[in-house]
Design a protein around this ligand. Sequence first.
Ligand SMILES: [Mg+2]
Length: 276
Amino acid sequence: MGSTLAISDLWAMKTNPKFIFFTDFDGTITLQDSNDYMTDNIGYGPEKRKQANRDTLEGRVAFRDTFQDMMDSITLPYPECIQFLVDHIQLDPHFKEFFEWSLQNNVPVVVLSGGMEPIIEALFEALIGPDAKKMQIIGNRVRARPGKTLEEDRGWVIEFRHPESGHGHDKSVALRQYSSLPEDIRPTMFYAGDGVSDLSAAKETDLLFAKKGKDLVSYCVRENVPFTVFEDWSSILATTKDIVNGKISVQDAARQGHEAFMVGKTSLEHETKTVK
Ligand SMILES: [Mg+2]
């Protein structure tokens, strides 16, 4: 009855893996951010949404509060929101191949999302099929507003996993359950992400894949967090395979990724100066 978690309580430890792949969902596995997409098209619109994102990035408002406002601006019943997203959101074309490889190689996949679990489950079900149940999805939930049902207009409200946290869902909580395991059983931990909510996660894992051109890259540079850049899941799969097969160490992959980024950045600056 104690509060200490047993290893058997940790979903991804059930198969005694040597590696676990944690990942963000929106904008990392999907090509579009599903929450931004809803806000822009059936909520208060892109202009207000972009301003809210800037306010969050610059630390003026907590992510949790801007996200709550965005979701509150959507009036459609919940099942219609889900269908709208199933009709419009696409997965990275290489994610499915990565996922199939992970199932064959005992690399459990845990999705850590700042979005809502029912939406992620529905998108996976539609785009990957029943195998998607072999991933663990940890995000926020949704509940009916008092006196209403999810099927009514303005009938639902987001329920944050960690309402006390400015992130709404603090991804580092789940990660720490694994990163704090004794060294002889702690698996190597990968993480893929694209946004600011992923930075707290980044510091808990062994190798961070940060999506090219997105906020997470500039944050990692500023905070000196080792990372490697990815464009899509084919490069994540290639690097993960090399590490799992022992061709490269996780430390070398992180160093090479960072060096490649710095070289790219330097040559870009040089070109800019030459043009001037
Ligand atoms: Mg994201």
